[in-house]
Structures are given as C-alpha cells and as structure tokens.
Design a protein around this ligand. Structure first.
Ligand SMILES: C[S@@+](CC[C@H](N)C(=O)[O-])C[C@H]1O[C@@H](n2cnc3c(N)ncnc32)[C@H](O)[C@@H]1O
Length: 226
C-alpha cells in the first residue's frame, strides 16, 4: 500500500469513528432527557402528596373507609342542605353525600385529588350537586355550610375547634371522623374503632365564642342601622 493510500484510509477511519461517537452522543442525550423528564414528572405528581408531611400540621391523604363513609351518612341522615368535607381527599365523602341529596363541597390542598374528585363526581352523575376547590382549609371560611365533615389529625383539632366555633351558624352540625374535638361534647357517637364518628351540634359549642359571635353580629347590624 502506497503512503498516499495509507493516508486516505486512516482519514476514512477517523471520519467513521467521529460518526459513531456522534450517534453515541445523541443516544446519551436522549437517555438523559428521558431520565430527567421521568424524574420531573414523578416530582410533579408526588410533590402534592408529600407536601402535607412538611407542613406545621401534617395532615396526609388517608381515605375514609367504606364503614366510615356510611357512619358519616348515618349521622347526617335527618339533615339536608349544604355540606362541606374539610380536606376532601379523593372526594368520596362529598360524592356519597351528594347522592343522599346534599349540595356538597370539598376543600383540598392537593390539586391531583381535586381533579380526580371532579372527574369521579362527573362519572357518578353528581357533578351538578358537588364542587371541589383547591384551597388551604385554614384560609377558607366555612360559614355558609350547615353540615361539616372533618377527617383530621389530633394536632389540628384544637385550632379547628376555635375556627369552626367562630364561623358556623348555630344550626350547623359537625361530624369528626376517627379523631374527636378536644373540648366539644358530642351529641352522638356512631361506629367503632377507626370508623368512629362524633356528631356535634353547633348550639353546644363553647358558649363564650358563641356570645362573642352574637355580639359581633349585633354590632354589625347596629353599624348598618346608623
Ligand atoms: C385524612 S385525609 C381525609 C380525606 C377525605 N376527607 C376522606 O375522608 O376520605 C385529609 C386530607 O386533607 C388534605 N389536606 C391536608 N392539609 C390540608 C390543608 N391545609 N387544606 C386543605 N386540605 C388539606 C390532604 O391532602 C388529605 O387529602
């Protein structure tokens, strides 16, 4: 082989090698993109489920059992009108209540659960009597609801007790699932074990808070009269 032929042959080999490394680079880029995309997608889906654990009061998504839902409905059998599930999860209590004739709403921090609840209520044919809101329960007033359901955690019940006593009308009933309120006295307890629900009548809420509320309402009326 002449020297010229050797030179042509080796430059051909160099070109072939750089083509191979370019295609390896593209495969590497695609793989990195796929792995990165998958991690980002997993983060977007999982973050709202993990976020409650990082809040001051950790209230994770634990769906109500079938018996628990039945106990809530039994507790509110003689009732009608508006109902709210505070921290509505996948919407099972709201949807079950709507099927019993309530105008039912859910407030939930996790957007995936809210979108799923809306889809499920549409699938189950109760979307006209349900509504789901992506909201922080501490930033919403529940004053317009005459039936309130909460499946909370013990760490939040003290603070929620004060909030609800200030906001709810005296005609309201509150149902606490699995964990009771610390100072309110229930008018009824339904179910047992983890499915227990406690039913409270707003008329029996802490009297000084009710008095303060009446005073505020009266003062509001007086101001409007002048
Ligand atoms: C124990 S689960 C109850 C779910 C549903 N109520 C049920 O009984 O099936 C509590 C829910 O409250 C939601 N949550 C936690 N913190 C919240 C907040 N600050 N505001 C609104 N919802 C919250 C969680 O994402 C979770 O879905």
């Amino acid at each position: 082989m002449s020297q010229q032929e050797i030179l042509v042959d080796s430059s051909q080999q160099v070109r072939n090698n750089s083509g191979g490394s370019r295609s390896r680079n593209s495969v590497g880029l695609i793989a990195t993109g796929l792995v990165g995309g998958t991690i980002a997608a997993l983060y977007v889906v999982a973050a709202p489920f993990v976020a409650p654990a990082l809040r001051k009061i950790c209230l994770p998504f634990v769906p109500a059992t079938t018996a628990q839902v039945e106990n809530v409905l039994t507790a509110l059998r003689a009732r009608s009108g508006t109902l709210v599930d505070i921290g509505s999860g996948d919407g099972r209590i709201v949807i079950a209540a709507a099927k019993c004739g309530f105008q039912a709403s859910g407030f939930e921090l996790n957007p995936w659960l809210v979108w799923y609840s809306r889809y499920k209520s549409w699938r189950e044919g109760v979307h006209c009597s349900t509504s789901f809101h992506i909201s922080d329960l501490w930033k919403v007033s529940f004053a317009q609801y005459s039936n309130v359901v909460i499946f909370g955690v013990p760490q939040m019940m003290n603070q929620l007790e004060v909030k609800l006593a200030k906001e709810l009308p005296s005609s309201a009933k509150v149902v606490a699932c699995r964990f009771p309120f610390p100072t309110w006295v229930p008018e009824r307890i339904t179910g047992e074990g983890i499915d227990t629900v406690w039913v409270y009548d707003a008329k029996t809420f802490s009297p000084h808070l009710q008095q303060e509320k009446t005073k505020e309402t009266t003062q509001g009326h007086d101001m409007n009269d002048t």
